[in-house]
Design a binder for this molecule. Structure first.
Ligand SMILES: *Cc1c(COP(=O)(O)O)cnc(C)c1O
Length: 354
């Protein structure tokens, strides 16, 4: 392949911890793409591979559900939220939620103006008291009516809601007639971390609609919108099409899900990423002057680094985000993060010193 003479420089290990979408395609997803890259199939999701991937997701959650494959998480969240509410409703979520901070207003846009209302809470999880306060603080017609509680699993700061925590949120949702949306862009890391059946933190904990991550779990592209309450999926296909999210060669979005689910790689890779994050957390915790910011429960480590250390790491070429305050650094591990990469980062931290 003469047009691919050199590997691009950006595959350097210095990008290993910037985000879990910096990694490539995992072998199981790649194999599925290759396997289904033959012959002809019906388009727009009418093919048998998409049907099989949908069944694999039903088996994964041990329940009948409606499944739609879209290109990315922003679309998955926005369209799912829009399908759960009307334009005069509101969505309640944590102040750090991706739907609030990282989707450029797409949830409001696709729902024609549904307002997002945030609450605080330790370790990236919604605080129940604050949540109830936000739900009840206004009940007049001049204020958008609360309709959805959105939770992120695992959270934006790498923590994981337990089944009991989710059930407490569900109790509140039932009390006030609200629906539950779960942003599961890193759902696999949460399941692997808790080491429980996927149903325990989804439909058995009251989740109505789940956005199930694919990209960060090792796919090239693609997330699945999973409706556990099937009636809510009514006409969802139209929403996807109108939003430009209906893939015509759908098998290449869906088949990789089949590949990672049927092989067990979906959770195996997540467990590996979590283990690498634990190795990194332990390494960093051993360096005096570094403070870990949140409990390490999934595949990310957040640490408060002295400015000189942060600058030193950047000078050595390491990429990582420091969007939490001025001294918080986020390191994310992937399905393919190696022990050597983790140890190289720790070695540089130690070499630069405090
Ligand atoms: C990455 C991510 C998404 C999806 O983002 P896209 O870039 O739109 O695919 C959604 N939620 C969370 C919490 C994420 O980290």
């Amino acid at each position: 392949m003469p047009y691919l003479k050199e590997a691009p420089m950006t595959t350097s290990r210095h990008h290993a911890f910037a985000s879990d979408n910096g990694s490539g395609i995992c072998p199981e997803a790649w194999a599925a793409l290759e396997q289904f890259n033959t012959g002809y199939t019906p388009a727009y999701g009418e093919d048998e591979h998409t049907g099989a991937a949908t069944d694999a997701i039903r088996e994964f959650f041990e329940v009948d559900c409606e499944v739609f494959f879209v290109f990315n998480g922003t679309a998955a969240n926005s369209l799912a939220l829009a399908s759960l509410c009307d334009s005069y409703h509101s969505v309640l979520c944590h102040e750090r939620a991706h739907i609030e901070t990282d989707e450029c207003g797409a949830p409001e846009f696709f729902s024609n103006g549904t307002k997002i209302l945030t609450v605080g809470g330790e370790n990236g999880k919604v605080d129940l008291t604050a949540l109830e306060h936000q739900i009840t603080r206004r009940q007049d017609i001049h204020y958008p009516k609360p309709r959805i509680i959105s939770v992120t699993q695992s959270t934006e700061v790498g923590t994981v809601y337990t089944p009991d925590e989710l059930k407490s949120i569900w109790a509140l949702a039932r009390k006030y007639g609200l629906r539950i949306h779960m942003d599961g862009s890193r759902l696999s890391n949460a399941i692997a971390s808790l080491d429980i059946a996927p149903r325990c933190i989804t439909w058995e904990a009251g989740v109505d609609v789940l956005c199930m991550g694919g990209t960060k779990a090792g796919l090239a592209v693609g997330e699945a919108v999973v409706f556990f309450r099937k009636e809510l999926a009514d006409e969802f296909g139209y929403r996807c099409k109108q939003a430009g999210q209906l893939a015509s060669k759908m098998r290449f979005l869906s088949a990789p899900f089949l590949g990672v689910l049927r092989s067990g790689a979906y959770l195996r890779h997540a467990a590996h990423a979590n283990a690498m994050a634990e190795r990194l957390a332990q390494g960093l915790a051993g360096v005096a002057g570094i403070e870990l910011q949140y409990p390490r429960e999934s595949n990310a480590v957040f640490a408060r680094l002295p400015q000189a250390l942060s600058d030193g790491l950047h000078q050595k070429g390491w990429h990582f985000y420091t969007f939490i305050g001025s001294d918080g650094a986020r390191f994310v591990c992937n399905w393919n993060t190696t022990e050597e990469e983790v140890d190289a980062l720790i070695a540089d931290v130690t070499a630069i010193g405090i």
